[in-house]
Design a protein. Structure first.
Length: 275
């Protein structure tokens, strides 16, 4: 993040070949920017955000950080992501100085094949390279830094009705000798991959269907335990409801030992229009 002024930062954009700026980028950069305004030792534990306008992947994003409160053990920050003078994204984040306390986990990591037995998602695009749009061909390399492997990925690209559940293995491609805050920002970035499209599965629609309009409305995330983004994490997703042009998705993220490290919830536009 490039510092422009006190509380103002600039982040460069990557064009992933989508219709608009990838939401995960804004999530990750917002966390990275907010961390620069919080005293050392306080760790983000939750964020609640709204995507207000489509972002432009050809332009950088300005992050305006408001110091809402610094208490004895908690700090709150509000982040506005700005392009062309307009707020495209708004996030409130809470940071906490770690402390001991009552602990339980009532979540069980699903039994799925080991990541070494699951094909990389990017292989699908490489094998179907000639069918991709020119923009997607040019941007394919920008998807490589995150190794994503969808369990039973063949179903992800076919238009058939199935339960609204999905599991993916993910990790950073490169070694991250960085503090926890970098791993958290990286996971927030990756948490937006394949998330909302889980709501499509009961409807027998594939994400590339030209009649669909998908867009994230809001995204919330809770960080429970420290983790390493350059080691395998399992992202379990399910969609309990869709209706009125919206889909709701919930996610649990486990480390390879079965510890719940983060929880996510997202609601998005899921509109079908005439092709």
């Amino acid at each position: 993040m490039e510092k422009i002024e006190q509380g103002l930062y600039r982040g460069q954009s990557w064009d992933l070949g989508f219709r608009a700026l990838f939401g995960g980028q804004v999530l990750g950069q917002s966390i990275a920017a907010a961390y620069k305004t919080v005293e050392e030792g306080r760790i983000i534990h939750s964020l609640h955000s709204y995507f207000l306008l489509p972002g432009d992947a050809q332009k950088p994003v300005i992050y305006d950080i408001e110091n809402v409160r610094d208490g004895r053990s908690f700090s709150s920050r509000r982040v506005k992501a700005i392009q062309n003078g307009r707020t495209i994204f708004d996030m409130t984040a809470s940071f906490h100085a770690p402390e001991p306390g009552l602990t339980h986990q009532f979540a069980v990591m699903p039994k799925v094949p080991d990541p070494d037995l699951v094909a990389q998602d990017i292989r699908f695009y490489e094998d179907n390279y000639e069918q991709l749009s020119e923009r997607m061909k040019e941007s394919l390399s920008y998807h490589r830094p995150v190794d994503i492997r969808t369990v039973d990925s063949a179903n992800s690209y076919t238009a058939e009705k199935r339960a609204p559940k999905r599991a993916i293995w993910l990790k950073g491609r490169d070694k991250l000798d960085s503090p926890l805050q970098v791993h958290q920002a990286s996971l927030a970035y990756a948490s937006d991959y394949h998330f909302l499209s889980t709501s499509l599965q009961p409807h027998g629609l594939a994400v590339h269907d030209k009649s669909l309009r998908l867009a994230t409305i809001d995204h919330a995330m809770w960080f429970h335990k420290p983790f390493k983004f350059d080691d395998w994490l399992l992202y379990e997703m399910e969609s309990p409801f869709s209706g009125a042009g919206r889909g709701l998705v919930q996610g649990k993220i486990f480390d390879k030992h079965g510890k719940l490290v983060a929880t996510t919830v997202q609601e998005g536009l899921m509109r079908q229009v005439a092709p």
